[in-house]
Design a protein around this ligand. Structure first.
Ligand code: G6P
Ligand code: MN
Length: 453
């Protein structure tokens, strides 16, 4: 059988080492021969490649070939899987996505609220370019598995502009929530947890969670009520002492969102909300909690990013790779397992962002929703869910239309549609504030945004 090539778009990402480790550990199932890193930032990618090389040779000890390139043609030629995780504008622009809204007293977050709209405007056209280049050079039966954010907006743009593209958009947050739930309830074999879920990306709810016949949704409700947070005690203790938990989402800056799950469920106890709903349902409280001069982007730059590049320098100087150089775990495992399901036609169950096509009966047919699906060679077969209750449906429609409008704004270069997207967003209190925010983002994004007229 033919051995395959996997290409990582955004090879210089801080997530690259973790993903490489996950696919290297699954090399046999993937029949993997080559990993290719592709980034437009050569200097950054070359450094990350040092760690990747170490993972393949010293850590996993396998003979997978590593190639590193800045050419799209070279990157995609012969590739069967393309894992995209690009960040248009880098962490510097993420910092602005988070800080600009805070100037106006609105939620400062990279994928939610107006920061997400800003990031979406930067990412739509570069993502379409990836699809076109892949189609031109990669294997005919290729799949693009896309982590690039803001996934809701990116996936809507792909659906609209390239409806036949072989792309599946995914997110690791629901699985991170399941990890946290499992750790809280002392369950080790997370893969035996089965759940139902409905929503948009970073905007959804778990409606059932089953583990070998146990109703974990009910168990976690009791746990959250008692502990006032969705985190296991061992993580909480380490977070309070500022020690590493080994889980990227169990850090002090995320504590607030894990606590918000409790707050949200106190009022609306039926379903387990995605932590990202904090930004919409508790907007005011989130702003009050945020430091407008030091946001998550600063933490990531001073943490994960700094550790990675310091780790490379240390390794090059001493030949020793420190443990905190990179994280590996469910983020990389999730995308790698999805590739295995596609390749080996397993029909395993995954949560994906996909065209609704009736899966949520009272949401538009063409909405890009996040629902469970069976994954085989032909892609996702969505699993129908119950009708969405009025409250959640109202929230989802508002968010969906805001996201659709920003995509149309980018395609048509329409200022008016962008302003409608901003005005409709739940984190924005008025049309006037929406206008000020939009104008500020136009200025800060400059050439990185399509021109709006
Ligand atoms: C979660 C989300 C991702 C997001 C990430 C940010 O995993 O699902 O979409 O990119 O969090 O994490 P960071 O550590 O960069 O703040
Ligand atoms: Mn996500």
């Amino acid at each position: 059988m033919k051995k395959i090539k996997v290409t990582l778009v955004g090879g210089g990402s801080t997530f690259t080492p973790g993903i490489v480790k996950s696919i290297a550990l699954r090399a046999e199932e993937l029949e993997l021969a080559e990993i290719c890193l592709f980034d437009i930032d050569k200097e950054r990618q070359d450094k990350v490649a040092v760690v990747v090389d170490w993972i393949l040779k010293e850590d996993v000890k396998c003979d997978i070939k590593l190639t590193v390139t800045n050419s799209a043609k070279e990157a995609y030629t012969g590739a069967t899987f393309i894992f995209a995780q690009m960040r248009v504008g880098g962490y510097k622009m993420r910092e602005l996505d988070e800080k600009v809204p805070l100037r106006f007293g609105c939620v400062g977050q990279e994928t939610c609220g107006t920061g997400g709209l800003s990031y979406g405007m930067r990412t739509i056209l570069p993502m379409i370019k990836v699809i076109d280049d892949v189609e031109k050079y990669a294997e005919k039966d290729h799949w693009i598995l896309n982590y690039s954010n803001p996934a809701a907006i990116v996936s809507e743009a792909c659906r609209k502009l390239r409806p036949n593209a072989r792309i599946i958009n995914i997110c690791d947050m629901p699985i991170a929530i399941i990890d946290m739930l499992a750790a809280s309830l002392n369950i080790k074999d997370v893969s035996n947890i089965r759940y139902d879920y409905f929503g948009l990306n970073h905007f959804g709810w778990f409606t059932s969670i089953d583990y070998k016949g146990r109703d974990l949704l009910e168990e976690i409700k009791v746990y959250i009520k008692e502990n006032k947070v969705l985190l296991p005690p061992q993580h909480l203790e380490k977070i309070r002492k500022n020690k590493s938990t080994g889980d990227r989402h169990a850090v002090s800056s995320w504590l607030h969102v894990w606590e918000s799950v409790y707050t949200m469920m106190e009022s609306f106890p039926d379903y387990l909300p995605n932590t990202y709903l904090t930004y919409y349902l508790l907007s005011k409280e989130t702003v009050e909690h945020q430091d407008p001069t030091y946001t998550r982007a600063n933490e990531v730059m001073n943490g994960r990013e700094r550790d990675l590049f310091a780790g490379v320098d240390h390794y090059l100087a001493t030949g020793e790779l420190k443990e905190d150089t990179f994280y590996a775990g469910s983020h990389g495992d999730w995308i790698s397992d999805l590739a295995i399901a596609l390749k080996n036609d397993t029909h395993a169950r995954f949560l994906v962002i996909t065209e609704n096509r009736g899966a949520l009966p009272n949401m538009p047919y063409d909405a890009m929703v996040e629902v469970p699906a069976y994954i085989g060679k032909k892609g996702p077969e969505v699993i129908a869910q119950n009708p969405v209750p009025l409250f959640q449906q109202g929230l989802m429609m508002q968010q969906l239309n805001s996201e659709k409008l920003i995509v149309e704004a980018a395609i048509e270069g329409s200022y008016e549609k962008a302003l409608q997207a901003f005005t409709l967003n739940k984190t924005v209190p008025s049309m006037e504030v929406a206008k000020q925010l939009l104008d500020a983002f136009i200025k800060e994004n400059g050439e990185l945004w399509p021109t709006l007229k």
